[in-house]
Every structure is written in C-alpha cells, then in structure tokens.
Design a protein around this ligand. Sequence first.
Ligand code: ZN
Length: 281
Amino acid sequence: MFHNCKKEMLFVIALSFSSFISAQELTDNDNVELQRVEPFQVFDNLYYVGAKWVSAWLLESDQGLILFDALYDDLTDIAIDGIRQLGFDPDDVRYVIVSHAHYDHVGGARRFQEEFGAVVMMTETDWNMTDEPAIYQEYPKPIRHLSASDGSTLNLGRTRLQFMETPGHTPGVLSTRFTVYDNGYPHDAFLFGGVGLNFSGVERTEMYINSVQRLMQMEGIEVNIPNHADSGEVFERYAMLQDRLDGDPHPFVDPESWDAWLDILMKNAQAKLGREQRAAN
Ligand SMILES: [Zn+2]
C-alpha cells in the first residue's frame, strides 16, 4: 500500500516539471487567501509555514527558531500567522536563511529584520543580486547581514546547519543540510535552494548541472525539503503522514525519490544545455 503511494509520487514529480506559469497563475500566486495553508508539523523539529506555491519552513532549536525563506508581500503573513498558530513567537526567529534572491523567497526578509530582529543569511553572490533591480517583482531590500559560503556551518544551540553553494537557478543559490527527528530518531534532510530552470545561458546551465552533480555525490540524504511545495510533493506526503499507522515509515523519509528527483533534474538540465548549445552555434 505504502509502496504504491511512492510509485505514484514519482509520476507526480515528472508531471510537475512540465507545467508553465501562466499570467493567471501569477495572479493566483499573489493572492493570500488562495495561497493560505494551515501550518503543520512534519518532524519533531520541523514545521511547514509556507504558502501553496512557495514554501517556508520553520526549524525549532533549543535556542530559538530558524526560518527557511520569508515569502513576499502579503504571503509573508502566512508564515508569521503560521508561526503563531503553531504556538511559537516570531520574535524567537533568530535566523532567516534565504535560499536565493528571487522575490518569492527573499521578499519578506526585511520584515523579519525590522519586526522581529531576525538575522538574514544568504550567499554573498545573492546579496549582491539584492543591490540590482529585481528580475520578476520588486521587494523591500533586506539589510545586508550575514553571508553563508560553501562548506560553512551555522550552530544554534544543538542545531547545526551545513551550507552548500549550488549556483544555477541564481548565481548564488544556497542549499542547506540539517537533521530532522521523527519521534527522536534522526534523519538527514536537505533543502536544495534553487530548482527551476527559468534562466538562460550555457554557462549558467553548466553551473546548474555541476550543482546537481554535487548533490548526486552527497551520501546519506533521506529527506527532501523543497522550497516550492510541489517539487517535493509536500502536501501529498503530509496527507500520508496524517494517515500514518504505528510502525509505518515516515512518508517524508524517502531516499529513493530523492535520487529519482535528482535524475529528473539532471535530465531536464542536460536537455536545456543541448538546446542552448545548438542555438549558440
Ligand atoms: Zn527563484
């Protein structure tokens, strides 16, 4: 039963990559009522506080909270309301880790700095992007706080984040490895900070391919924590989690579909590279 669900999910992965964002969807994306999701707990120390189309994740430590991505405009309310609904205080958000400097992830960062005193981290390269005109939508520029570089770590109490620079989607995508706990049992989780192929140029596509190659070489990743819910079937897995019986595996702990997902990303990126190389000749 459970095994079949996983197979179905692989189809969902394949399908979600063929979708394009239309103008109508963009409007729907920005609509806070259409985008609102009730916050939910996924692991002992990890909660979903994101919207339907773009994610935000809250990691609890013994010394405060870490938020992955800040959403944007009114959608940031979803994250803030979610933090409160889960019984936390947004003033306890110590760090906002921004996966990359596109409006949908970085847009609410300034608000977390000003209203809650959070420290914002992203890569140096993507901090530089915030000094330039925004590509898709404008957003309040965050005050430059800390830069995360490849191989660096951040400790907050007993929680440790390990950072990796995985450029391509933007020139300075930030990815993070951390531990999640399922009834006290630890699992290695990874948040790949920039998945979409909505960028152009042979050089950037080669960067992306190189990043995915590095992810493929990483040992031991069991849990995919995506920054857009549909690239990790977040809601489908959460539905399974709610129906989980004693002794069932945790539906987010799924190293097979992590590997399968990376294979799909690589195939799509290589096809894109082929097209771009042919167009350049
Ligand atoms: Zn993006």
